[in-house]
Ligand binder design. Structure first.
Ligand code: BES
Ligand code: MN
Ligand code: MN
Length: 462
């Protein structure tokens, strides 16, 4: 009888390594890789190197690719001939942490409380992205090989709109060639309600800067005759949306793909608990475009939000001043088939036409990305449904999301593939907010679902 050492099963391996997976994730979460703030450039580099190191230790062919912004990490598993190729995308950059005072524990000191791990990036997207790295590890350590070919593309500029990733994907179509893309950077429908997301909104983000007199003035001496830029800003911002919640930029709705009756019925069947939703964010009322439900407004209708407002005296007490300038950051969420460039072209003259005398404006166009809907009837989708059901113990529901992942449309256009949006997060994970968290049970279920996904996708011929 030959001696043989039984390899652990995939499930046993995942169970035995769960503590290490969590502590490795904490290492990555300790790196403050905030892409919006230039001062974190060194941390961005460290996070990219850390991710690269993970792939190196799996024996993948790895590349750190510098761009004119933040580096990309590309990694490719050893070839499995005849098996499909899956492109996994994720991002190692995170959003700024302000308001810092509202965090219970510091954002870059990952802390476990109950079943949750708290840190900036825990769910968006370090924790979710990491599930696919650990599932690949589990296959290699229990089977010696992967059932599919995996390519990983992990970027550091998603939270600032993937500006340098678009040209990279266009240039490197051969390197990125694949049969399907997978992204875990979204949410389940609710706790215990796993979901597959089939639609994301797009975005168009701006800053409007208004200037009036050459410097701040006494509001008694000058007020009433000199146009106040803060008032002008309120007027302009208020004119963006009417009382029905309809955006007033000319032509804005021309290309909007309408919700079908069938889709409206599917949303309505989702058992959305509006009262619980309001409790979660502690508000006693909701508002939005007339004629649409909350889920329709969040997932499938365009909208406009003010993201920041600045003008005048913000210090202690009262100061009678007529400020010299005022500015706002604001953005539209777009739906298929709106084009962010078309929105920008119509926005500038619309705003200019609203300006009262004595006010000059500058409009900064930060970034844009179109919305996307992916088909539900592909064999890859069927594989994803089976993998999620096996791991989470429940069939996923289909949903859309209001957030944006800019590169998804580019994968379709440049690589000719659809993306499976498999979110392990929850709506109350506090992404982009204080006290971001990720449920650790979902982290481990995500790893397992990912491991099953490779096996299920392997059943599809490429
Ligand atoms: N992970 C989110 C996108 C997301 C949010 C998907 C909620 C599904 C549900 C992503 O990191 C994100 O925040 N994207 C930005 C994109 C923007 C900066 C171009 C967003 O949506 O604001
Ligand atoms: Mn994300
Ligand atoms: Mn995000």
């Amino acid at each position: 009888m030959g001696r043989w050492k039984a390899m652990p099963t995939l499930e046993d391996y995942l169970a035995s390594q769960s503590g290490r997976f969590e502590s490795e994730l904490c290492e990555l979460l300790r790196i403050p890789s905030v892409s919006a703030i230039g001062e974190h450039r060194g941390d961005i580099e460290r996070a990219a190197d850390w991710v690269l190191g993970q792939f190196q230790s799996l024996g993948f062919r790895t590349e750190k690719i510098s761009t004119s912004g933040n580096p990309l990490v590309f990694a490719e598993s050893p070839a499995v001939s005849g098996a499909p190729t899956v492109l996994v995308y994720g991002h190692y950059d995170v959003q700024p942490v302000d308001p810092l005072a509202e965090w219970t524990t510091p954002p870059f000191e990952p802390t476990r409380r109950g079943e949750n791990l708290y840190a900036r990036g825990a769910t968006d997207d370090k924790g979710q992205m990491f599930t696919h790295i650990k599932s690949a590890e589990a296959w290699l350590k229990t089977d010696g090989k992967l059932p599919v070919n995996l390519k990983f593309l992990i970027e550091g500029e998603e939270e600032v709109s993937s500006t340098n990733l678009f040209p990279f994907v266009e240039r490197e179509r051969a390197k990125l060639a694949c049969d399907v893309a997978v992204i875990s950077d979204s949410s389940q429908f609710a706790a215990g309600r796993p979901a597959i997301t089939y639609g994301l909104r797009g975005i168009a983000y701006y800053e409007l800067r208004l200037t009036g007199p050459k410097q701040d003035l006494h509001s008694g001496t000058f007020g009433g005759a000199v146009t106040n830029p803060a008032k002008a800003l309120c007027l302009v911002i208020a004119a963006l949306v009417d009382k029905q919640g309809r955006i007033q930029v000319p032509g804005f709705y021309d290309d909007v793909a309408p919700l079908t009756d069938q889709e409206r019925q599917q949303f309505a069947a989702l058992e959305f608990d509006e009262a619980a939703f309001m409790r979660q964010i502690d508000v006693d009322g909701l508002s939005g475009e007339i004629g649409y439900t909350t889920l329709e407004r969040r997932w499938a209708r365009p909208t406009c939000d003010v993201n920041g407002l600045t003008s005048g005296y913000q210090g202690e007490g009262a100061k009678t001043v007529l400020p010299a300038r005022a500015s706002a950051k604001f953005s539209f969420r777009l739906v298929p088939n709106q084009d962010p460039k078309k929105v920008s072209a119509a926005l500038e003259p619309f705003l200019r036409g609203l300006l009262p005398p004595g006010i000059k404006m500058e409009l900064i166009d930060f970034h844009g990305a179109p919305g996307v809907v992916v088909p539900l009837d592909s064999p890859y989708m069927a594989a994803a449904i089976r993998a999620i059901e096996r791991s989470f113990g429940k069939k996923p529901v289909f949903m859309r999301e209001g957030g944006s992942i800019p590169i998804v449309t580019t994968f379709r256009q440049q690589l000719g593939v659809d993306t499976l949006l498999l979110g392990w997060g929850l709506d109350d994970d506090n992404a982009h907010s204080p006290n971001e968290k990720f449920n650790l049970a979902d982290f481990h279920r995500g790893i397992k679902a990912s491991a099953y996904l490779w096996a299920e996708l392997a059943k599809q011929s490429p």
